[in-house]
Write a protein that binds this ligand. Structure first.
Ligand code: TRP
Length: 336
């Protein structure tokens, strides 16, 4: 069975997930994980997030795990674990360091961008503020991927190069020590649905125009009421094609429901009424997930137990595979 592996970095502010993430990334990933022909791995990439505020990292790990569980990721059907619960990963990371050309890492976009920024500032050392964790980031990521023989790695465009580097590293290892690793391929979502935000631009934390995924009912209503509309009065026919309200509604509705709302637009539905319709639609879809999210956030012990159980399952794969890898490179018991 083909392994599909998704890593999620626990960074960002509390409550950062928004309905654009839900529609564009989380729901499709949860749906794909239900395909019986793939073996899905989901993990929280906390080693990748070290270096900033420690409490925020821990909090984000809980939030992200609770969020994915709440929207339907089923830990009985997928591997769900926390990277730092798998000690085989840092060990493999070192072994892969020994197989990775420094020149390959010099070409990584994120590292190059940091150096370019320093270069643009007169009198600055080119490596100022560059941590080894940034420099070696692609090698840790390669270990995440290769450890579980992932063939497909769904990522955003910014991560494509990292998956290609993992492939290069795997190739070199296989060449030197014999067929060991599966060569991974990045899968870039070409048709990722994006939602408009409150101001009509793409919904994004950086535009400060998001509808938070797990906002309480009151807040959700308040935020939906802020969505930008034009100045047409109730009774005047309206166009669905440039309406953020309609686009968001459509992402949460069936085709038939969207068509029915289209007719109400033509008949001149008032913006206030449409906002109420949208609020009710989003709220009824998200209410169960929100309740589950709140329950999990209040039961960190339960989330911890789930992650530990997931790690145990994942380690039943990583432990024997690492033993094989160690043997290949010559880390062996001297006698049986
Ligand atoms: N680097 C990824 C990101 O920033 C997260 C990640 C870490 C990851 N390890 C991975 C993604 C392995 C896919 C596979 O989003």
């Amino acid at each position: 069975m083909e392994v599909v592996l998704t890593g999620i970095k626990p960074t960002g502010e509390p409550g950062m997930l928004h309905i654009g993430n839900y529609v564009g990334a989380m729901l499709p990933a949860v749906a794909a994980s239900k395909n019986p022909n793939v073996h899905s791995y989901f993990f929280i990439a906390d080693y990748h997030a070290i270096g900033g505020d420690a409490d925020k990292l821990a909090r984000s790990t809980l939030e992200i795990t609770a969020s994915w569980l709440a929207v339907g990721l089923d830990p009985r059907k997928v591997m769900l674990y926390r990277q730092s619960d798998i000690p085989e990963i840092p060990e493999l990371t070192w072994i892969l360091h020994c197989m990775t050309a420094k020149g390959l890492m010099n070409r990584a976009h994120a590292y190059k961008a940091a150096v370019a920024e320093n270069d643009a500032t007169p009198g600055r050392d080119p490596d100022q503020g560059v941590m080894m964790s940034l420099y070696s980031y692609p090698i840790l990521m390669a270990a995440d991927i290769l450890m579980f023989k992932a063939a497909k790695v769904p990522v955003g465009r910014d991560q494509k190069q990292h998956v290609e580097m993992a492939r290069d590293i795997a190739q070199r290892f296989n060449h030197n020590f014999g067929e060991t690793f599966v060569l991974p391929e990045p899968v870039i979502g070409e048709h990722i649905a994006t939602l408009p935000g409150l101001d009509g631009r793409k919904m994004s934390k950086s535009y400060n125009n998001v509808i938070p995924l797990f906002a309480g009912e009151k807040e959700l209503r308040k935020v939906v009421m802020k969505i930008k509309t034009n100045s047409l009065e109730p009774g005047q026919p309206k166009d669905t094609s440039d309406s953020a309200l309609f686009e968001i509604y459509r992402a949460f509705a069936t085709d038939a429901e969207a068509a029915a709302i289209g007719e109400r637009y033509a008949a001149g539905i008032g913006w206030g009424e449409m906002k109420q319709v949208l609020f009710e639609r989003i709220n009824s879809e998200l209410a169960p997930a929100r309740a589950e999210y709140e329950r999990l956030m209040a039961s960190p012990g339960e989330v911890e137990r789930l992650l530990k159980a997931g790690a145990e399952k994942a380690r039943s794969v990583s432990k024997p595979f690492l033993a094989e890898i160690r043997d290949r490179v010559g880390i062996r018991p001297l006698a049986r």
